[in-house]
Write a protein that binds this ligand. Structure first.
Ligand code: FES
Ligand code: FES
Length: 159
């Protein structure tokens, strides 16, 4: 297939990319940006491990061609921490050991970051919805929920 040239903005940095038109965003992130926190799980948009934010909304990156995201702001797990300071969800995951093997964790944190950026105190059904597309073969969801509840508790305490 013919290669095409385009510019992508990831975590605030723009880069010139040359790739086939159908190369999925996940592979561009890993191969061209060296951002390996976003993981390939199913490759079928069914497990959530490849989640990233595009203009603040969760997108599964394993199938959608990267070229679709020209002129958008892409944020990966590496871009969620600011100046190496973990965001409140990452902090809470650390505190509650909410990752086991960790393979699914970046996708889960990305999904929850979308939710908590959009709503200060999400309702239970919104949390369930946010996590429903995020599979974990290690069964970390109980710890994940503890970490989520901790974020909510901190937000409530800080008005
Ligand atoms: S790898 Fe993209 S959803 Fe599973
Ligand atoms: S912590 Fe291992 S897959 Fe979720």
């Amino acid at each position: 297939m013919n290669k095409t040239e385009y510019i992508l903005n990831v975590n605030g940095k723009s880069k010139n990319i040359v790739s086939s038109e159908d190369k999925p965003l996940l592979y561009i992130l890993r191969d061209d940006f060296n951002l390996t926190g976003t993981k390939l799980g199913c490759g079928l948009e069914q497990c959530g491990s490849c989640a990233v934010l595009v203009d603040g909304s969760k997108v599964l990156s394993c199938n959608r061609p990267a070229i679709e995201f020209v002129n958008k702001k892409i944020t990966t797990i590496e871009g969620i921490a600011k100046n190496e300071v973990l965001n409140e969800i990452q902090q809470s995951f650390k505190e509650f050991n909410a990752a086991q093997c960790g393979y699914c964790t970046s996708g889960i944190i990305v999904s929850l970051t979308e939710l908590f950026n959009k709503k200060k105190i999400p309702e239970s059904k919104e949390i369930v919805e946010s996590l429903s597309g995020q599979l974990c073969r290690c069964g970390s969801h109980a710890s994940v929920l503890k970490a989520v509840n901790n974020v909510i508790k901190i937000r409530k305490n800080h008005g």
